[in-house]
Design a protein around this ligand. Structure first.
Ligand SMILES: Nc1ncnc2c1ncn2[C@@H]1O[C@H](COP(=O)(O)OP(=O)(O)OP(=O)(O)O)[C@@H](O)[C@H]1O
Ligand SMILES: [Mg+2]
Length: 298
């Protein structure tokens, strides 16, 4: 067998039906799904609420059995502990034990993944630093904000340096600064050769990080492809410039049309509210992102 298959996840004819307790009526959450998720990139599983993203992820992880179909992960089965050890997982809406500190939580998951001794301590520190939670790591999880919880969840998913990282809605409930930090971490994982599968319905964020996406609807893939191919309008070109006097614009448009450009227009480029938010609020929060505590002393 080839030890390093090109796809990290291969799904074929995957179907999952749930018995919903209504006189034998079953709900088909995943419907003959076929997907091949390539090694070493960021793959986005998109789709509306209830389209089967989390169910698919749980089957990939071996947390749920499919009704029919097959799923291979890292060339093997997620039931194999050696395969599981190479996977990091951030569940949707993580519900961590609230009386542990952030440090203890990440340490616990590191230990469960087989880390111990000095390597465990170093790994916990490294990932907490990476998600900007070192300062807050002695506080109990129960006191964390939503964004901090999500970053603690990311830290536990990364503590054992997995090859495949599966993130179910990693930026759910996270502000734009936290979301940008998570996006940067995901991009850094890809740069170090890891494979990432993430699910989301925040399309603007997905667009900025994913190489490929699949859109699910009612458990079926309705569109799959590279983000570049799906989004580029190949027949259209765009130029951005500053300093051209307004009165010269009509001459520029006339020149473009005379040279074969159809439908040329001049307008102001638009920024995004996310970017404005990051520029304004992000200033002065270097180091730990977001969740800055204003200390109030008696
Ligand atoms: N344990 C379960 N028992 C019964 N039905 C379930 C179960 N888990 C999921 N479903 C149903 O399966 C469908 C797919 O759910 P799933 O959680 O996979 O969707 P999703 O795409 O992750 O949605 P969201 O964006 O809201 O997280 C939904 O109709 C859901 O109600
Ligand atoms: Mg879900």
């Amino acid at each position: 067998m080839n030890g390093t298959p090109k796809a990290v996840i291969e799904i074929d004819g995957l179907t999952k039906e749930f018995d919903i307790g209504l006189r034998g009526v079953r709900l088909r959450a995943v419907d003959h799904l076929g997907l091949s998720i390539p090694r070493g990139g960021i793959f986005g599983l998109l789709g509306p609420n209830g389209s089967g993203k989390s169910t698919t992820i749980k089957i990939i992880l071996g947390l749920m059995q499919p009704t029919s179909g097959t799923c291979r992960v890292l060339g093997g089965s997620a039931a194999d502990p050696d395969v599981r050890r190479r996977i990091g997982y951030l569940p949707e809406s993580p519900d961590f034990y609230r009386f542990l500190t952030g440090w203890e939580l990440v340490e616990f998951y590191g230990r469960m993944s087989g880390l111990s001794g000095a390597v465990l301590g170093e790994s916990v520190e490294r990932v907490l630093d990476r998600v900007g939670l070192v300062e807050a790591s002695r506080r109990k999880i129960g006191t964390y904000s939503k964004g901090m919880l999500q970053r603690a969840g990311l830290a536990q998913a990364l503590v054992h340096d997995p090859d495949l990282i599966i993130l179910d809605e990693p930026t759910a409930g996270v502000d734009p600064i936290g979301a940008q930090m998570i996006a940067e971490i995901i991009l850094a994982l890809k740069a170090s050769g890891k494979s990432v599968l993430l699910s989301s319905h925040l399309l603007a964020q997905v667009e900025g990080v994913c190489d490929r996406v699949a859109i699910l609807d009612r458990g079926k893939v309705v569109l799959e492809g590279s983000v570049e191919e799906l989004l580029s309008e190949k027949n259209r070109r765009m130029a951005v410039f500053e300093g051209l006097p307004v009165e010269k614009e009509s001459a520029l448009l006339a020149w473009l049309e005379a040279n074969g450009a159809a439908g040329a227009s001049i307008d102001n480029p638009r920024t995004t509210l996310d970017q404005i938010f990051i520029d304004r609020v992000g200033k002065g929060t270097a180091g730990e992102s977001g969740d800055k505590i204003q200390e109030v002393r008696p």
